[in-house]
Design a protein around this ligand. Sequence first.
Ligand code: UDX
Ligand code: ADP
Length: 492
Amino acid sequence: MPVPPVSKRHDKMILTQPQLEQSTNVEPIRKICCIGAGYVGGPTMAMIAKQCPDIEVKVVDINADRIAQWNSDELPVYEPGLDEVVSESRGRNLHFSTDVDQAIADAQMIFISVNTPTKHFGVGAGRAANLEFIEKCARKIAEVAQGHKIVVEKSTLPVRTAEAVKAILAGASSGATFDVLSNPEFLAEGTAVEDLVAPDRVLIGGESKAAVDALVDVYAHWVPREKLLTTNLWSSELSKLTANAFLAQRVSSINSISALCEATEADVDEVAMAIGMDSRIGPKFLKSSVGFGGSCFQKDILNLVYLCEYFGLPEVAEYWEQVVKMNDYQKTRFVRRIVRTLFNTVSDKKIGIWGFAFKKDTNDTRESAAIYICRDLLHERAKISIYDPRVDAEQIRRDLADVMRNGDSELSAASEKLLNENVEIVTDIHEASKDAHGIAVLTEWDEFKDADFERIHNEMKKPAFIFDGRNILKNLPLADIGFIYQGIGFSR
Ligand code: UDX
Ligand code: ADP
């Protein structure tokens, strides 16, 4: 078997590209800037600043409110442990600012960490990634930069986006020169700090050996060298999409089996345990749920589907699209089951919604299953009372208004009426459950397991139903209290 070439500068475990260009010599990195202070940029840069006290890190964003929050005690992103990481370095070598131009001018290395949502208009609508924010960043860098800069794509991007970034940078009128690297982020929300401290791997794709080495040296401050993997640019870009597609596929696979379990009296958690003990399959990402959410899975799969179609691979596109379809089916199935169980109508019935975030330990609601389940319950004329320990009421209202808009982005009078009259957002679990016919558990917040179920049962309409979209209450004696309890992927 051919042995991959090994970097001379680093430990022998770092695999490097055979054809890396020996381009411009790069000074050790002392100044970094990150464009985009979101869920990825903020925590990632805070960790770099903490681990690399010799490097000045400036995080910039055009959103002044967001920057003000990063500079306050109420960070815009809720992540366990993040407050400590930020407060350790903020004001020392970690700075948050709206002065994008100055930060670009000062930095040797510029991370682009802006959002790349699914396009909602024009060619590729509903599938392709909207790259307008990336392009604007590249143009800004080309306009402001002097000398040599290393530009690092942190955002998840379609394969070969670096080509477009390079083309834009090549047009820099100042004569500045650039190396472009891909360094996708694999952190998961809710465990971002742990994932950043001890990543499974850090992936760096690039063509210039000097630039790749410069970024390897930054991470080597705390990440063991054998976890620093270097590849070509295009493999790096594609690996991120592929990792998310594989993870989402596991969730859709187990969710598809959950439907079969409900029909056959098998129990999906037992099936997951049994298959997960096979070391070839492994136990992670086999938790059946009301459907995956988050800013990445659906967007990245749709992006993969679009790429496959673009490159004339319709069979591959169709294969991956099924993962998203199965996820939609899981959400629809959950609502149908609620309606069927509540005697075929939820019209005018109160349903308590426990949890709105797309998973526990985050305040992020992007693509949360809760958004779609609430929408469908509203279409059934249910009255929903929502409680989430971390998500702002305004965010919930915005998400519901967005999902109720029609194809022309307009909110019909009927939808507006439903939003005004059938939705309440409350500040505790008891308020959400009082006088409710049913409770739908949509996020697996730990505090839900410790609720006072006797009191909740007393205060609900009877019969009192719990629909557990996360199977977190499965082992509690809810039936003894008098609840009718249904979870995902088993029947009782
Ligand atoms: C994901 C990837 O895990 C991460 O590597 C990438 O950088 C960004 O996208 P994230 O979306 O933050 O991270 O969370 P993740 O833990 O992957 O969960 C995604 C969704 O799948 C959540 O809604 C979660 O509840 C759901 N899920 C996950 C399940 O339903 N079952 C599981 O077994 C695992
Ligand atoms: P992610 O989850 O990928 O971090 P977010 O939406 O949380 O995505 O964060 C992306 C951030 O990028 C937002 O705060 C947004 O204001 C910022 N942003 C987008 N475009 C630009 C730009 N051209 N210059 C600076 N910041 C930008």
